[in-house]
Design a binder for this molecule. Sequence first.
Ligand SMILES: Nc1ncnc2c1ncn2[C@@H]1O[C@H](COP(=O)(O)OP(=O)(O)OP(=O)(O)O)[C@@H](O)[C@H]1O
Ligand SMILES: [Mg+2]
Length: 255
Amino acid sequence: MSDPRPILELRDITKHFGPVHALDRVSFSLAAAEIVGLVGDNGAGKSTLVKLMSGALQPDGGTIQFEGQDVTLRSPLEARALGIETVYQDLAVVPHMDVEANLFLGREVTGSRWWNRWLLNKPAMRAQARQHIASLQVGLKSVRQPVGLLSGGQRQSVAVARAISWGRKVVIMDEPTAALGVRESRGVLDLIKRVKERGIAVVLVSHNIPHVFEVTDRIFVMRHGRPAGDLRTAEAHMNEVLGLITGVPVSTSAL
Ligand SMILES: Nc1ncnc2c1ncn2[C@@H]1O[C@H](COP(=O)(O)OP(=O)(O)OP(=O)(O)O)[C@@H](O)[C@H]1O
Ligand SMILES: [Mg+2]
């Protein structure tokens, strides 16, 4: 990596939900333009970690640094202001709004002249929306379709397109291909690779280990709210990662 300094660094993060220790002293760092896979069994703490990085939850202990500065991410809006965009596992799209409106939620494009600065620049929005959606190849007929009428996979693609369009520094995706078919998953994986070319760092949470191996530079394994492994993808074996996930060592010779 040309710039090994972390863009985002979490140190000794803990998070409880009542008696549940969702995260117990987790340290995690992400370099600029790095793609890190975050893997672990159900309940390992992946989504909780994602929500702490995106400002949706606050830690009980530990520190978060962004570009070398201590930060407190009090809301997703604050994280977005820093250039961190997130696709949540429990999707946040507005069903009664159309695809275009969902893509531009909270940041409507305005004209450049003083007289239309306060008006929405609808044609520009539509053109951009079409471009983003087209690159995802989700087979949408129109960006005017209400999101509520789309399939689960198409909705997921809209959420991915939105995060990728707006993420300036970091894009975090929690299971972005879980509801997607083969072709649509391919679209998301290709987009992740292209996002890296723009110098943007990506955190990819996925249970699909082959997908993780295909696009990531590094794999961070969580188990019972604790870090269980941090491997360079190029040097890792799938069985090794599966062993770290389950806590049962798997011999690489069994491959
Ligand atoms: N809002 C919440 N209230 C109470 N407990 C929670 C909450 N969110 C998460 N937990 C608990 O924290 C632990 C970690 O959950 P988390 O959602 O981070 O797991 P995960 O690794 O994302 O799992 P999955 O692969 O199933 O998505 C689990 O035991 C879960 O039950
Ligand atoms: Mg999760």
